[in-house]
Design a protein around this ligand. Structure first.
Ligand SMILES: Cc1cc2nc3c(=O)[nH]c(=O)nc-3n(C[C@H](O)[C@H](O)[C@H](O)COP(=O)(O)OP(=O)(O)OC[C@H]3O[C@@H](n4cnc5c(N)ncnc54)[C@H](O)[C@@H]3O)c2cc1C
Length: 379
């Protein structure tokens, strides 16, 4: 069979690797608009739980990737100037570029052809293959050209965020909330290389307007963020990489396939970065689609149907958690009125997926600190 794949992100590259592994006679070609070694963003984080999916389905890739991760065990929530450690949360992080290089290397070793520097404009020409996979991210051209077939819905949420990096090394995955005259600034920051960290800044729309970001250029924006987070950056600079203020697009599709065309990863659905699962979902999609072809061979409609049946429930569940999480951040200006420990607990329970009993089990030191601070159960 011939598989054309648009997009050499985690979804496209990993699916190419897996499907070529199913049958070496498959012809698998990935088209990527960027040259090799160019991408957006900085590091991405996987929770230990998120890595479990990979351990079960593809232990070899899991071992391989794990060796390249920066690891740590705790989360820190900084409530203005009070740092609260939260135990029991294993994480690993990797630079997005490094992840893509590793996935591309493995795909090429299996015989996948990756055509870089080629932006696909005419999706229909590529659909002449047996299967066309749209793994071309949130602004998918494949989805746009088959809009009626997929029935996408996009909702741009209220908060503004900007994805930066910094050379400051952080010891844990940290959420820092700084109170300013304009409102709360939140930084999501963590080390993904010994000498590099992700530093993502998020503010509410009101804070963004009051701060005057609408009229600031890139240099002024970085300077403002560096001032707000001066104590956290400890003299290190913030660096950009095609960084600009965005509002998070929550995307869903009514149908996941249209004829012989199927969507994967962010082209299919987005989940807010605050639950750190987009890359994991993209890779899980790749696994599920490959399994569907393993089960149904050349019967493309049956494979697509089985892919969707397998993946929809998980996607919907994580989608609900991600919505609850992003809504929590949209109310951070009000939530910071809570005392620091209550604020941290509210953060830990924001998705509705972790209850008091689970927190007692995974974060006993944190829960003991909550009791010592008189944070009542259920708050
Ligand atoms: C700010 C932010 C922080 C995040 N942090 C995390 C995190 O910590 N952990 C995590 O798991 N996830 C995180 N994510 C989500 C994660 O980055 C995405 O979910 C993931 O990259 C989706 O992979 P993908 O392969 O579907 O799409 P993408 O990674 O977007 O890849 C799509 C590829 O398609 C290419 N392309 C697009 N159009 C065309 C075209 N017409 N022709 C050819 N090529 C094309 C693009 O250049 C790109 O290389 C974050 C996302 C954001 C925005």
């Amino acid at each position: 069979m011939r598989f054309n794949i648009v997009g050499a992100g985690p979804a496209g590259l990993y699916f190419a690797y897996l499907v070529k592994g199913l049958d070496r006679s498959h012809e698998v070609v990935v088209y990527e608009q960027n040259p090799p070694s160019v991408t957006w963003g900085f590091g991405v984080v996987f929770s230990d739980r998120a890595l479990e999916f990979l351990r079960d389905d593809d232990p070899e890739t899991c071992e391989f990737l794990t060796a390249h991760l920066e690891r740590w065990n705790d989360i820190t929530v900084v409530h203005d100037h009070t740092a609260i450690p939260i135990d029991g949360n294993g994480f690993g992080a990797i630079g997005r570029l490094r992840l893509l290089e590793l996935l591309a290397e493995r795909a090429r070793e299996r015989g996948v052809k990756i055509v870089y520097g080629t932006r696909v404009e005419d999706v229909e020409a590529l659909a002449a293959a047996d299967v066309l996979v749209g793994a071309d991210g949130v602004n998918s051209r494949v989805r746009a050209q088959r809009q009626r077939g997929f029935g996408p819905q996009v909702e741009h949420r209220r908060n503004r965020f900007i994805w930066y990096g910094t050379t400051a090394p952080f010891d844990t995955l940290t959420l820092t909330f700084r109170l300013t005259d304009h409102g709360v600034y939140c930084a999501h920051h963590y080390r993904y290389r010994s000498d590099m960290s992700t530093f993502l800044v998020e503010v509410t729309e009101n804070t963004w307007r009051r701060a005057g970001f609408a009229d600031m250029d890139e240099i002024a924006t970085i300077a403002r963020c560096e001032r707000v987070f001066e104590a956290d950056l400890a003299g290190h600079a913030i660096v950009g990489n095609r960084s600009f203020w965005r509002r998070f697009p929550v995307l869903t599709n009514r149908c996941w396939s249209s004829g012989n065309v199927v969507l994967l990863g962010d082209a299919l659905r987005t989940v807010h970065f605050s639950i750190g699962s987009g890359t994991r979902l993209a890779m899980e999609d790749a696994i599920a689609l490959c399994k569907a072809f393993a089960d149904h061979g050349g019967d493309v409609p049956a494979a697509f149907e089985s892919f969707e049946a397998r993946r929809r429930p998980t996607t919907d569940k994580l989608g609900r958690a991600a919505r609850a999480s992003l809504a929590w951040y949209e109310e951070m200006d009000e939530r910071v009125a809570l005392p620091p420990m209550a604020f941290a607990k509210s953060y830990m329970t924001r998705t509705g997926r972790v209850d008091e009993t689970q927190l007692e089990r995974v974060a006993p030191r944190f829960m003991a600190a909550c009791r010592a601070a008189d944070v009542s159960p259920g708050s």
